[in-house]
Design a protein around this ligand. Sequence first.
Ligand SMILES: NC(=O)c1ccc[n+]([C@@H]2O[C@H](COP(=O)([O-])OP(=O)(O)OC[C@H]3O[C@@H](n4cnc5c(N)ncnc54)[C@H](OP(=O)(O)O)[C@@H]3O)[C@@H](O)[C@H]2O)c1
Length: 268
Amino acid sequence: MAQNPRTPGTALVTGASSGIGASVAALLARRGYRVFGTSRDPDRAPAIAGVEFVALDLLDPASIEACVARVGDVDVLVNNAGESQSGPFEELPMDAVERLFQANVFGAVRLTQLVLPGMRARGFGRVVMVGSMLGSFPLAYRSSYVAAKAALRGFATAARREVSPYGVRITTVEPGSIATGIGTRRTHYRADGSTYTREYDTMIEHLDANERGGISPDKVARTVLKAIEADKPRQLYAVGSNAPVVFALQRLVPRELVEKITARKHGL
Ligand SMILES: NC(=O)c1ccc[n+]([C@@H]2O[C@H](COP(=O)([O-])OP(=O)(O)OC[C@H]3O[C@@H](n4cnc5c(N)ncnc54)[C@H](OP(=O)(O)O)[C@@H]3O)[C@@H](O)[C@H]2O)c1
């Protein structure tokens, strides 16, 4: 018998120590969910009312297994943790690209695989992948990040049909520019004396300014909650950066124009 989706159950929110994850964890706790939030260093995570912090390093497969063993059954999984990586495509070190995919894609995929059997057995589950609008609107000098977010959405969208007969819904939420301070935590890979320096610096300046002027993570949390509590969660939700207008435009105008507008928004 499927659990009533409106009955709060147990939620696991990855990367709950700051930004969007902290807002989602706090909102779910206020809604009455039992909430586990993750951090690589739970002792240093901020206190959030109703949120219990557990350790998770998505770069370490053993840590992913241990996290799931520690929290037990979960009804809601929000795969939010992630690294924001930038650099000219030509100069991205492959080990950095591999690390990004392990944290932003494979870690979330593995975590989801581990909670799915329980969700299926109980006849209810909600999985939300926190992607990025850049996954839908690729941007120069963000190729690894764009590709990782598009890959995460691909896993999520393809798996939807497999799990829906068991009461499990998988959704992707793509935030636009959100003021979380992530700009100060980005990883940058640009070679000394790079031929791309001028354009790269221009793009980053605009990216960080857009982020600082972005919407609050609390708004994203409300969209994540909608994705969790909808009777029929949509394949994709987007929030911030005028998402409704921008996605409508994408359906109406040639791809090359969308590509130009995305670049222009970042000073290119
Ligand atoms: N802010 C934006 O404008 C924006 C836009 C689109 C998409 N997003 C996406 O939204 C999500 C949250 O972003 P945010 O802005 O809230 O960033 P944030 O404040 O920097 O939070 C990132 C979280 O990820 C965790 N984390 C990082 N690397 C990890 C790893 N290897 N293993 C486990 N946890 C890890 C961090 O936790 P600890 O350091 O405590 O481990 C932190 O809580 C990310 O997936 C990001 O790509 C953000």
